[in-house]
Design a protein around this ligand. Sequence first.
Ligand code: FES
Ligand SMILES: [Fe+2]
Length: 419
Amino acid sequence: MPHFPKPAPGSWTEHYAELGTAGISYDDCVSPEFYSAEQEAIFRRAWLNVGRVEDLARTGSYFTKELEVARTSIIVVRDREGRVRAFHNVCRHRGNKLVWNDFPREETSGTCRQFTCKYHAWRYDLDGSLAFVQQEDEFFDLDKADYGLMPVHCEVWAGFVFVNLAEEPEQSLRDYLGPMITPLEGYPFERMTDQYVFSANVDCNWKVFLDAFQEYYHVPVLHSQEATPAARPKIKGFEAPHYQIDGPHRMVTTNGAPRRTWPAEFQYPIEIATRSGLFGPWNEPELGPDLPVNPGGVDKWGMDNYQIFPNTEILMWASGWYLTYTYWPTSHNTHRFEGRLYFPPARTASDRAAQECAVVMFKEFALQDAGTLTGTQQGLEARAVGHNFPLNDQEILVRHFHKAVADRVADYERTKTGV
Ligand code: FES
Ligand SMILES: [Fe+2]
């Protein structure tokens, strides 16, 4: 992986001159009109990560994904040729939602040979073609070949399944991901098959929560309990050592010595008991040489956090596991947050306990982040402050993210008006 030079200390933002250093506006997080523009300009045009290939292990494995932001639901399925496909979750007869379980608005998953509509029992093959129409001869000139499920563009990169709701995507998935993200395909994501999934409905704009995971300025304050009282002075003034930006995508690296090397008074008892904690299990798996990590070449590499525009983050940890976050808007001031943690398979009960400890710690710290968000949204909606929220150098990715969103919305508005 190419290494990028570290600019002079304290100058990350100035290194990317197009970002400027002025305060930013948070109108993009409180305006219903701006949210409508994002729905069209971003979520109906960008590649969106909806899951992993491990979620589609066999022929006929499928899951549904509710995409409220695009006012649709999709089915993602592995067909008989092994290809991963996506379709709008809509029956071609009279528009019934095709795949759901007990509640139409809830996501579901499973394995099947065909999809059968609950209304009049039309059936669709795994490739979306219409296979069976009840009392077909009562219809008028109905050619089943004309009534397959409506396809959604779907591509797989490094085992991550992406969809694109545009009629014709502007770029292939690989071109969209670009030179900063694509080298990650050398990481052994496919070996990390023990998966823990969480989701939460959060009362804030999707960007407000994303901002909380792209700067570490807040860590010593909001997450002071991350460190034991003895270790707390150590995390004071914590700073990330490397940032990188490519197109609409971003990344940040943090460092941290392996937790197992820390003195005992810097560990909580549960960490010592399970040999695990917030940064993952201490017994790192052997993942092989030349992993595509640490592009800044920092000392004591701890973690890379990649943010794939618009709403996916992948965090790869030195302790040999990774997690993803996705933020699905449900309105201008609400969203659904999904966290997934992936580990190499546990071989022993101790491995499993170590995973569980990392997961519980993750939930605790994510809750600390989430706990501030309703208050932030409320503060922003007061519109008391105007347009000048000052960002420091460690908040460079916050600055870049809001600019990337604004640029895309402005581009779209320009194409629409032809100006
Ligand atoms: S709406 Fe699906 S079969 Fe009638
Ligand atoms: Fe945090």
